[in-house]
Design a protein around this ligand. Sequence first.
Ligand SMILES: [Zn+2]
Length: 155
Amino acid sequence: MEADEIYGLLDGQAFHMCGDEFSVAIGAQGWEITLYQPPSAQPELRYPKRRGKPPAALDPAFVERASQLLKVRARRMHAEVAADWPRLSTKPDQLGRLEHPLGGNRLAAKWYCLHCDGEHTGQAMADNLWHCTACGASPIDIFPEPFWEESSQPA
Ligand SMILES: [Zn+2]
């Protein structure tokens, strides 16, 4: 997927917004708000340092409006991420089971995060595009059983 870029005006301030399937960002000179792929992610406001000029803090109301624009753009990112996934990766079956989008052909109703040990329902995984809702780990860290716990117990 190609990154795209659009330009606009918000409260008289010129901005650009760009995005690909991993993150979307809105900004202008001196500020940038980034929103990463997990639907549970929160917008992150940054003031990149420019030589010789201390950044001017933005009006919180402006930041809120810019973040709302970014969230609208993020919906397209989320749809694009899931577009190539099997149907059972985005919608659980009648038993609440899902299939991992990156393969394995395993159906499970509970999924575990290798990163933080979190336990998640299939629906929670579908809603957050297979990112851990607790720590934000990516889909490659999500497994149908916590094999790391079994291996640490005496045989
Ligand atoms: Zn986690």
